[in-house]
Design a protein around this ligand. Structure first.
Ligand code: NIG
Ligand code: FE
Length: 421
């Protein structure tokens, strides 16, 4: 079969080994690395990859051949944990943070997530849409072609619905693909202060069925944390969501270890997110129950915490891990997944290959899209991130600079020489 397009002479190409499930432990340090590589594309999908001169049978008069000498390529990056849609911003809390006021204290005083809830409730659909679209543009320009997006800054039906509809519309309009997560259990709304169980009942009895009915989210998530929702409450909500057919995620062991991981293991959630304070026992439980650990090192950085998630220990215990930005206005105001990947090496001491597997194939499994994305296997979407760097080590070593040169989405060049096409 001939290709529509062949991208040739990449100095290096990274392709994860798709084993039909997320890579675990030692497998995360394995991949197919090809020098002088090419990628053949047909109808927006991967036809084949290889090294050197592409076979003559791949090329006819209509095949476009594009030279990428000196550049590194990998599958489009997947940011599998973001709070993309929100009103306002929170730089006014930065001085407090610098003065040592903790994240949970700011929340307790009615700031933090609750400050963004007020701003999001006030923002109309168009304002939220434009703001989130801009963030998606930043992400795309950093090589990200799929983004998971959570609601959770409404904490009432009207605003949660508005956020989910923004995600739906962005998924239709944007070059980036979105995966929607319903997270009305992101905090206890002021109207329900001291009555978290009643709020969860409202979510279970009224919101979740409507989200399901309108097909507005695939996943359900909850913030299991001191002063937010307990492990028992998390199990209560996530069991009900599972019953309704939602796939599950949980924010667990972010600031305090209060049992969220046990809930993840018991309910076999797809992932447990953050895990800064994961314990040895928790790691064992996640490993045994196939829970993907989704790590967010830029959040640790931004919260100015000393303790990074025990990523190496997770791999030693045969866990599967992913990395993502957590992009949100409070605990992690960034859209730069490359910085997250670099922190993965600089702070977790992962290898570059472990990091690239985390943000491609494992992230694809974490959003249940591995049949379409996450590697260059034949028939998957031709989503490609191309770096102005000769090899994968260089993209990590030269940090905090956007090294993307070009991005392809479904076989179309959407970023060329760092500019949107
Ligand atoms: O993943 N931990 C809860 N949610 C976000 C923070 C949201 C915010 O501070 O606005 C997180 O860190
Ligand atoms: Fe988060």
């Amino acid at each position: 079969m001939t290709a529509d397009k062949i991208l040739v002479h990449f100095s290096q190409l990274f392709n994860p080994n798709d084993k039909g499930r997320a890579l675990q432990g030692k497998e995360m340090n394995e991949a197919t690395i090809i020098e002088d590589a090419y990628i053949a594309i047909k109808d927006g999908k991967i036809l084949t990859i290889g090294s050197g001169q592409p076979e003559a049978s791949l090329i006819d008069d209509s095949t476009e051949v594009i030279d990428y000498t000196g550049k590194f390529a990998c599958p489009g990056l997947i940011d599998c944990h973001t709070h993309l849609v929100y009103g306002g911003s929170r730089e006014h809390e930065f001085a407090k943070k610098l003065n040592g006021v903790s994240y949970l204290d700011i929340l307790r005083e009615g700031g933090g997530i609750l400050s963004t809830v007020r701003a999001t409730r006030k923002s109309d659909f168009d304002t939220l849409y434009k703001k989130s679209d801009r963030l998606l543009d930043y992400m795309l320009s950093h090589g990200v072609t799929t983004v998971e997006a959570k609601s959770g800054y409404g904490l009432d039906w009207e605003t949660e619905l508005k956020q989910l509809e923004v995600v739906k519309k962005l998924n239709e309009d944007s070059k980036v693909d979105l995966v929607s997560t319903f997270m009305a259990a992101h905090a206890v709304p002021p109207e329900y202060k001291g009555r978290s169980k009643e709020y969860l009942d409202l979510i279970i009895n009224e919101m979740l069925p409507k989200v399901k009915e309108a097909d507005l989210a695939e996943f359900c998530d909850i913030f299991c944390e001191t002063g937010v929702f307990t492990a028992e409450e998390s199990e209560y909500l996530l069991s009900a969501a599972k019953e309704l057919g939602f796939k599950l995620r949980i924010h667990a062991d972010e600031i305090d270890s209060i049992g969220g991981v046990n809930v993840a293991a018991k309910l076999h959630t797809t992932s447990a997110e953050h895990l800064m304070k994961a314990t040895d026992e928790g790691i064992k439980l996640m490993s045994e129950n196939g829970v993907i650990g989704n790590l967010l090192p830029a959040t640790t950085f931004s919260l100015m915490e000393d303790t990074y998630a025990p990523a190496k220990k997770m791999l030693e215990n045969n866990m599967a891990i992913t990395l993502s930005t957590d992009s949100n206005p409070g605990s992690c105001p960034t859209a730069n997944i490359q910085f997250v990947m670099q922190l993965g090496c600089y702070m977790y001491h992962l290898t570059p290959i472990e990091v690239y597997n985390a943000v491609t194939i494992n992230a694809a499994y974490s959003v249940d899209r591995a049949n379409e994305i996450g590697s260059f296997d034949e028939g998957k979407r031709a989503d490609i991130a191309i770096f102005d760097a000769p090899n994968l080590d260089h993209t990590i070593y030269f940090f905090a600079t956007n090294l993307i040169s070009d991005v392809y989405k479904d076989g179309q060049c959407v970023i060329k020489d760092k500019q949107a096409v």
